[in-house]
Design a protein around this ligand. Structure first.
Ligand code: ADP
Length: 396
């Protein structure tokens, strides 16, 4: 123990000769603790570890002493730990912190630590003590629960939007149907009265107007509204099918998949004189039908929301980033204002409903498909200049 004591608390230590004995007793107590305990200097160098720590990490004390503790922190948590440690002060010397560390065999585990800072007479921080436990099991349950909650919230939001759509979007065609049916009823009453009094010339003229214009007009509006309701209901059906369809995950050659998608848009691309550039794209994993749907919806939008006053260009690029393949579908079309950039993923949301032919479902479907694949979608756009839609999918 004395050797450990000397090794751990050398010249740099804040501890003085006169209280070494007292500290020695504390050290014995620390050694018997089941909690993981280590001390490190301001710069991160580990100067002490207890038995439990060595045992837990299956390392000899000499192998750990001298290591920089920052090296053991999981990369995504390094900043957080650094930020919190920088808040330690004489008036606020204790800190509770949860973060991930890399066990020596490469596994990443969660720990809960209480950090206590020690200062010298010049008020300088010289050493930090960390006492902690492995909380991976608790954390996994917590993260799963959090994820489940987020999914539930997302589902609730979707449901609210569907209820809104059903009560709002489906109501307006219904109101039209009701209104124009009344018009037909009114025209029929008029016809009845005219038929009773057929001899007047003016009546004949009115009769012709009712038969040639009034009734056909009303029927036209009724049919248009029925078509609208039908397409909304079809959209809802498509949405629910997308969510329920089973996934057949395979390796996907996205260049091949894109060329099939573009083939379906050949006519529109020619008609609008749009230039399309496709780079060499990385492969990824996904369900071929659903991922085709993703690219198809994005290309469809890039074509639909083209800018009528310039040469339109659609560029499709991709790169690998860590475990993912990231693709970008870029257009120089109408672009999307900042306030609409989140809303366009909502069910039935369209920026200019009177000017676009869509149903406001395409991006919502894309987001759902990607979510099921463990991917995501985000965008950068400037109104009047164009948009870049990025998607990430797990790579091979
Ligand atoms: P829609 O069927 O209406 O196209 P989406 O969900 O695909 O539905 O898109 C929602 C809205 O987002 C569209 O109505 C459109 O206003 C806007 N939008 C989508 N993609 C683009 C784009 N590439 N450029 C400009 N606006 C876009």
């Amino acid at each position: 123990m004395d050797a450990i004591f000397k090794k751990s608390f050398g010249e740099e230590s804040l501890l003085r000769e006169n209280n070494k004995k007292e500290i020695f007793n504390v050290m014995v107590e620390i050694e018997e603790q089941r909690d993981l305990i280590f001390h490190f200097l301001k710069g991160g160098e580990i100067i002490f570890v207890n038995n439990a720590f060595c045992h837990y990490f299956s390392k000899k004390r000499e192998e750990i002493i001298g290591l920089n503790f920052a090296r053991l922190i999981f990369k995504d948590d390094k900043e957080l730990v650094k930020k919190h440690l920088s808040t330690l002060s004489r008036s606020n010397p204790v800190l509770n912190l949860e973060y991930r560390m890399i066990v020596f065999d490469g596994r990443v585990r969660w720990y809960r630590w209480v950090k206590k800072a020690f200062f010298n007479d010049n008020k300088e921080l010289i050493e930090i003590q960390a006492i902690g436990q492995d909380i991976t099991e608790i954390k996994t349950v917590e993260i799963d629960r959090q994820q489940l909650n987020e999914e539930l919230l997302e589902k609730n939001k979707d449901l609210e939007q569907i209820i809104y759509a059903a009560s709002h979007d489906l109501r307006s065609p219904l109101v039209n149907i009701q209104g124009f049916s009344k018009e037909i009823e009114y025209s029929l009453n008029e016809l009845n009265n005219i038929l009773l009094d057929l001899n007047k010339n003016s009546n004949k003229k009115r009769l012709l107007t009712i038969i040639d214009n009034d009734i056909p007009d009303s029927l036209k509006y009724i049919q248009k509204s029925v078509k609208k309701m039908d397409s909304i209901l079809y959209g809802l059906l498509k949405l629910s099918r997308t969510e329920r369809a089973s996934l057949n995950i395979v390796k996907l050659d996205i260049n091949n998949l894109i060329s099939d998608v573009l083939h379906n848009f050949e006519f529109l691309i020619k008609e609008k004189n749009i230039k399309v550039e496709v780079n060499k794209l990385p492969v990824c994993k996904g369900d071929p039908l659903q991922i085709s749907q993703v690219f198809s919806n994005l290309v469809d939008n890039a074509i639909k929301y083209f800018h009528p006053e310039r040469q339109n260009i659609i560029k499709i690029t991709g790169r690998k980033k860590e475990q993912n393949a990231i693709y970008c579908i870029e257009d120089n079309g109408l672009g999307i204002s900042e306030k609409n950039q989140n809303r366009i993923f909502e069910i039935f949301y369209r920026i200019n409903p009177e000017r676009s032919e869509g149903e406001g479902l395409g991006l919502n479907i894309v987001r759902k498909i990607l979510y099921r694949h463990g991917g995501k979608i985000w965008l950068k756009s400037k109104e009047g200049f164009g948009s870049k839609f990025f998607i990430s999918l797990p790579s091979i």
